[in-house]
Design a protein around this ligand. Structure first.
Ligand code: PLP
Length: 398
């Protein structure tokens, strides 16, 4: 027997499991609403035109592939920081924010988690109930105890704001609070501006450590609109952690492009923070890969490509909204008497549809329509060709 002999099989990833079952399904009309990816109206993951153009420019230059600095490509870090906080913001002007390139949003969260564990080892982490399924495991694997704060109320199909605020008000100082900046995954239910005002107030007053996870900037109400909450937190003062991802907004999933930004009280404090964050990177993967970062930096800093990106992103956002509208409209016929208007109010790629586990199972077994057991559907996987079949099926299982 070796040390490997007694190792047990790890549980399967529930969402990847859906895709495996979907792939094995022989029904030509099958639909996968279980994914966390944006598909275009043809059911394909798009290659954005701005990305294609940036890539052909980069090809022309054919630069050697030396190591990047530990913190990533300087042009990328700068462009991302300006995107996230605003070039004219106080934190950028005063050099109080530091930004390091990371391996997607997940990599950014992990860097932040490892950093926090080094400098605040006894803090506990709080995530929304429910949250992105990797938040808990990720912070636990960094060594933290992870708790839930109330977030979604299935009876109102909206945020349980009183419950959330009460929980925040009872957390010990120094607690790390993970907040979805926009387009909450999995529910699609976001806070209003007024609710954010209350959250920022409690977080600041109690000395909590906000960790904003922004994986869907531009999928809610717009790039600036979705990013506003980050700027509001930055203006409130206090340490702030922000992870952001370009997986969805650039359709660059497999390139692993994201970033972690930390806001400090002064430029001098920020430089100490950066020096320590670089140690976290160095001991994990040394330095990030080049290609995705170069593509995003090129697009963000070339006016023509940036305009193109903003338009392409707007196209994705609008298409999702249209699918929300169409879903609700069509369900009025197929499921009369049932109110799905909440789906229009939800933001981002996902919807907590209210479908029960049993209904999700029937969708799968009788109609080859795959969703997550919690009732989460990916609205971005709906298109003009599959929506009627989906609505028809939902009408039958309700
Ligand atoms: N955070 C949230 C809330 C997400 O939904 C996701 C991806 O689905 C991520 C982080 C991770 O993003 P990435 O795929 O860039 O690692």
């Amino acid at each position: 027997a070796s040390l490997l002999t007694a190792i047990e099989m790890a549980p399967r990833d529930p969402i990847l499991g859906i895709t495996e079952a979907f792939n094995a399904d022989k029904n030509p009309n099958k639909v996968n609403l279980g994914v966390g990816v944006y598909y275009d109206d043809n059911g394909k993951v798009p290659l954005l035109e701005c990305v294609r153009k940036a890539e052909s420019q980069l090809m022309e230059k054919a630069t050697p592939r030396t190591y990047l600095p530990i913190e990533g490509l300087a042009a990328y870090d700068k462009a991302v920081q300006e995107l996230v906080f605003g070039a004219d913001s106080a934190v950028v002007q005063e050099k109080r924010a530091i930004t390091v390139q990371a391996l997607g949003g997940t990599g950014a969260l992990k860097l932040g988690a490892d950093f926090l564990k080094r400098f605040s080892p006894n803090a506990q982490v709080w995530i929304s109930d429910p949250s992105w399924e990797n938040h808990r495991a990720l912070f636990e694997s960094a060594g933290f105890t992870v708790n839930n704060y109330p977030y979604y109320d299935a009876s109102t199909r909206d945020v349980n704001f009183d419950g959330m605020l009460k929980a925040l008000g009872e957390m010990p100082a120094g607690s790390v609070v993970v907040l979805h900046a926009c387009c909450h995954n999995p529910t699609g239910a976001d806070l209003t501006e007024a609710q954010w005002t209350d959250v920022i107030k409690v977080v600041t007053e109690r000395g909590l450590v906000p960790f904003l996870d922004m994986a869907y900037q531009g999928f809610g109400d717009g790039i600036a609109e979705d990013g506003k909450v980050v700027r509001r937190f930055a203006d409130a003062g206090g340490a702030l952690f922000v992870s952001n991802s370009f997986s969805k907004s650039f359709s660059l999933y497999g390139e692993r492009v994201g970033a972690l930004s930390i806001v400090a009280a002064s430029a001098e404090e920020a430089s100490r923070v950066l020096s320590q964050l670089k140690r976290v990177v160095r001991t994990n993967y040394s330095n990030p890969p080049i290609h995705g970062g170069q593509v995003v930096a090129t697009v963000l800093s070339t006016p023509e490509l940036r305009n193109m990106w903003e338009e392409e992103l707007a196209g994705m956002r609008v298409r999702i909204r249209e699918m929300r509208q169409a879903l609700v409209q069509k369900l009025k016929d197929k499921a009369p008497g049932q109110d799905f208007d909440f789906v229009i109010k939800q933001r981002g790629m996902f919807s907590y549809s209210g479908l029960t586990k049993a209904q999700v199972e029937r969708l799968r077994s009788e109609f080859s329509i795959y969703a997550v057991d919690t009732g989460r559907i990916c609205v971005a996987a709906l298109n003009s060709r599959n929506i009627d079949a989906v609505v028809e099926a939902i009408g039958k299982v309700l």
